[in-house]
Design a protein around this ligand. Sequence first.
Ligand code: AHR
Length: 827
Amino acid sequence: MSRITVRTENKRFPTAPNLYGIFFEDINRAGDGGLYPELLRNRSFEDSIEPKDCHTEQDGYALVSRAGWRDEFNHGEGLSRWIRKNGTPYTPVPAWYTNHAQMCLDRDDTLNVHRQVSLAVAFEKGGELYNTGFCGIAPKEGARYHFYMFARTETPVKVSVSVEEDAHEFGKLDFLLEGDGYVRYDGSFAADGDGRNARLVIRCPEGGKVNFGFCSLMPEDTYMGHGLRRDLVEKLRDLKPRFLRFPGGCIVEGFSPETAMQFKNVVGPVWERPGHQLMWHYRSYNGLGFHEYLQLCEDLDMEPLYVCNCGLTCQGRMPEFFEGEELEAMLQDTLYAIEYAIGDKTSEWGSLRAQMGHPEPFRLNYIEIGNENSGEVYEVRYRKFYDAIRKRYPHIRLIANTHLEEKGLQADIVDEHFYSTAEFFAENTNYYDNYDRKNPKIFLGELAVVRGWVGQLYGALGEAAFLIGMERNQDVVELASYAPLLENVDYNAWFPNLIRFNQRESIAIPTYYVWKMFGNSRGEDVVEADVETGTLYRPVKGMASLMGQAGLRYRNASWNGTPVGVTHELMGRVKEEEGSSCILPPDEEQRAEAEKLYRVDKDRVFAVFGEEQVTSGTFDIDIYAEEGREICLGVYSGRMPKEVYMADETHPPKEWNAANVKPFVWTLENGVSTFREQKFPSDRNLDEERIAELRYGEFNHFRYEVDGKQMKLYVNGECIHQVNVPGFPSLSSVVCDSPSEVIIKIVNMSPEEDAVEITLDCQVEDAYQVTLLTGEKQAENSFEEPEKVHDVLQSHSGASSHFYYTAPAYSVNVLRLVKVQDCCTEQ
Ligand code: AHR
């Protein structure tokens, strides 16, 4: 049983007005064919074109940047697993196929200077060209669709354009193509039936030659008529988001200069916007551009939060750094973007906004300088951008990617990203409790459970516990968003994503409902509340490992008295010597492997013993002690649950690698013993430093005993450390109020229901409402069961200044208690 004691009289601070927002990045084909509901894939015919600073290898499979970053390309079709899943037949022009016609890309005769090719088609009589869309086109009965194309012919050519599945025609348009140069042809139709896997067919009954410059098929019914897919925007609206971070993410940085995001490429008439390759393995046509994001913000009453490229490409993908004129141009590009958003309609870029139908300025109060950039290369660029933007637009709150205040630079807000396990989030519910309030505010720009309970209820509970901690610190955390937002299930490059869609429907993962529940229940002030609850322990597994400097000698390793050997040489090789073993330095193969892994020290060794599926037992080992050489032992050396993202299938990381094994680290050096946890962003001591006398020049006996809750570490029979396995509160809670109500958020991570004793310092009415999210630990939503886990609104009774509320096992609960007006202190 847990207890919550609430003191509404003690207001801590006002709730942060913009706390809950959304982060949109074009990943998983979230943009074209998704939020931007273009139904034709490769509408500009450019998908197979390599960015100019990249080349292809392995017969078109890989795209390789000038700096050497390899990404899956497959002639512009994208990830290999998409091709396999969808059985996509090869075509030189992705998504386009012909019957009784020949097609080829024409690089000379293009619609405008921004288009790199047109599609030249020679139709035989009755010949056809067709597009298979984003894994099929799915017309909806009665819905209207708008088609347009730019085409050029030497002599008049008759074509029909229809949407068809098997023998059924959902709608058809007839055009006579004629005239000088490229001519635009438009038409619309209402679908006479429901389709799932239709295609757009351009048929030429009499034959002829046509150059297609650009084409499009879009539903006419979009959210507020502003061109975005209705069901997706409705799902976003229901979150009550207060801001939109856009356009990324890594796509802002790109993996080469040409693939870096630039504002001027994503405004103006859509057929004049250059497309570009995204690092999520496909090309964007940029129809969803700067204006469209700002419009969406206006439609959903969100603050736009624009992330600009600050003169470098993705630092995790073999970066390039812009200097001189190139860097200057990037800065100008950002200043132009700001002018487009909020400049007067007579200004250069403000007038383009007016031409696009929005003479009044939009809002723009947040700019993030770079995405996930760090180090000196970032600092110099950040300073340049900061100074220039601050000078011209002092009202804009500027967001840094790292804690640059530590380097003496100014930032209003720092963006922190967390991708981890449910347990990590639950353990870190107090993460910001001791944050120095003098430092910049925090933007939790990206957070998600990406290992373990991915996309399942328990993952959402871990995140919810973290959000509870964040709410308790919303005097410093100003903004927060989950990442990523959207996923076309047929083109999944990253998992999990908040909302998943196919061509017809969309569903949400359990986390969505947490953000919806929390975003819709804000209150005005965070009030004092104490929580008493139990502890749950982090699941741990695996035996021991030896780590640290090469040359460590050991013998007689055993688990529960049975001899055990090294099962995984993650860094360094074990060499058997007479009567003992020695770990030699990493070889070339291991060093090359480590190069590709995240934060792996190539000069240290790392060897794992025995079985992975063990939690309790005793490990014994004799290690030779030498003065000046540290001894480093890992406790619980199992692998972390797998992450999903992988850029290049032909070079997958090994199942066992030095980046995905993170034991607790026991180190003995110069007579001092430390026991620490490897933790982001820095390690944490699990216990105080202790004196541990070693007998140098001989083997010393090391032992540890573990039972999943406690770890006891011994040297030569003496217990040096005795610590608990890290854990987290079984129940977390935050309380906010307003003059009329008290809102209590409760997350119960435990497998048991919890009869929570709630004590309040004010009177509340008997009847109250609860929004509840609960289910089985591993429960998840699917297209077959889209709402297996979702928020449920319940009416309860029995509230008073002292009452019990039963929080079901594995649940998120938002209680809304109505204050009895004449008894409550109004502020
Ligand atoms: O959200 C997916 C990616 O994760 C983002 O593009 C990037 O910022 C982060 O590394």
